[in-house]
Design a protein around this ligand. Structure first.
Ligand code: ACO
Ligand code: OAA
Length: 371
């Protein structure tokens, strides 16, 4: 048996949800550039879950279902106040809250298609409330209830700040949610599929996926990008900082990708949004620094930026706490996880690869007093 480190190049399943071929990303055959320019996040959710774009009435129904299911059991919110550690990471809180949410759903163990679709709606709706409520509760603020009749992105920003968000902020978040929604067999989606392929429930699959997304080599990179920008501090310090990191063989967060070689097609949309937003805020330095980092890293290492790189300065410009960047990724990617979970259930087989054993040969047990 031979193994491939990190399963590189291994085709582990068939899927009709999203594809990456020659650096082009599509959701159900629609180019991500097309969707980023034209589709709302709710349309993308529908597309991923039904493998077609919704008609008017179908989109209205999905929006209503999401709005009707945004409230979260008070016990889940109260749980946020019980943590013994002060600085709980919001991804750890989210992972725990989603798991807890399953205990308040009497359909959690019901594996019928109807119950699974209900759970899909509940998870997608409530994840926005969980992230925003945690962000407020940890600051001693009361959670803000969702508003009816506004988009998912607008509701997220409203629940986070308690104020009506600006049009540009809604546009930026909606686009970011579209861009992050699905990405073939990335680590967190694979985790979700492995989990539910044992015929475990959807809450378990999403909880496992949140754990995988949290790491800095995956979704956690966006928070690390902002940490790096803050650490560098100004444009004139970029060159020395990045060159030293590269010389020390350290990774530059937000660069590189297992699948893309020439570049991540999503990065240019976030780059453009970062430029617009930072200019609007009078904080061009974050865009200018990012631009300079890109020039150096692509020049020295031929590594293009990934989706996490410019999303950092976008979210920062929206006034979002830096440790909420990855939870926002989860708010979007849960739509993709759910699509893959439903696809896995529909054509399931246990996922169980083999390992290429590298330990010692056969040994004989030695009693403890003879070792
Ligand atoms: C949503 C997402 O998950 S997108 C990815 C988010 N993650 C990041 O931005 C973290 C930084 N990037 C990375 O760590 C990697 O590029 C990954 C994890 C995304 C992809 O990793 P892999 O395909 O396993 O590539 P691997 O880590 O083996 O790197 C291959 C080579 O490129 C180098 N490299 C890869 N990414 C980077 C980087 N960001 N900075 C500097 N060098 C890098 C490695 O050091 C390695 O060099 P070597 O061959 O001289 O040892
Ligand atoms: O696909 C991957 O390996 C990482 C990922 O989730 C993305 O880029 O959106």
């Amino acid at each position: 048996m031979t193994s491939t480190k990190g399963l590189e190049g291994v085709v582990a399943t068939q899927s009709a949800i999203s594809s990456i071929i020659d650096d082009t990303l599509t959701y159900v055959g629609y180019d991500i550039d097309d969707l980023a320019e034209n589709a709302s996040f709710e349309e993308v959710i529908y597309l991923l879950w039904h493998q077609r774009l919704p008609k008017d009435a179908e989109l209205a129904e999905l929006k209503k279902q999401l709005a009707d299911n945004m409230s979260v059991p008070q016990e889940v919110l109260n749980h946020f106040k019980t943590y013994p550690i002060k600085e709980v990471h919001p991804m750890a809180a989210l992972r725990t809250a989603v798991s807890l949410l399953g205990l308040y759903d009497d359909k959690a163990e019901d594996m019928s298609d109807e119950a699974n679709y209900e759970k899909a709606i509940k998870l997608q709706a409530k994840i926005a409330t969980i992230v925003t409520a945690f962000a407020r509760i940890r600051k001693g603020l009361e959670p803000v209830a969702p508003k009816a009749g506004i988009s998912y992105a607008e509701n997220f920003l409203f629940m986070l700040s308690g104020k009506d968000p600006e049009a540009i902020a809604i546009e930026a978040l909606d686009k970011a949610l579209v861009l992050h929604a699905d990405h073939e067999l990335n680590a967190s989606t694979f985790t979700a599929r492995v989990c539910v392929a044992t015929l475990s429930d959807m809450y378990s699959g999403v909880t496992a996926a949140i754990g995988a997304l949290k790491g800095p080599l995956h979704g956690g990179a966006n928070e690390q990008v902002m940490k790096m920008l803050m650490e560098i501090g100004s444009e004139d310090k970029v060159e020395a900082y990045i060159k030293e990191k590269l010389a020390n063989k350290e990774k530059i967060m937000g660069f590189g990708h297992r699948v893309y070689r020439k570049g991540d097609p999503r990065a240019k949309h976030l780059r453009e949004m970062s430029k617009r937003l930072t200019e609007l805020r009078g904080e061009e330095k974050w865009y200018n620094m990012s631009d300079k980092i890109e020039e150096i890293v692509t020049g020295e290492k031929n590594l293009p930026p990934n989706v996490d790189f410019y999303s950092a300065s976008v979210y920062h410009s929206l006034g979002i706490d830096h440790d909420l960047f990855t939870p926002i990724f989860a708010v979007s990617r849960v739509s993709g996880w759910i699509a893959h979970i439903l696809e896995q259930y529909a054509n399931n087989r246990l996922i169980r690869p083999r390992a290429d054993y590298t330990g010692p040969g056969m040994q004989k047990y030695v009693p403890i007093n003879e070792r």
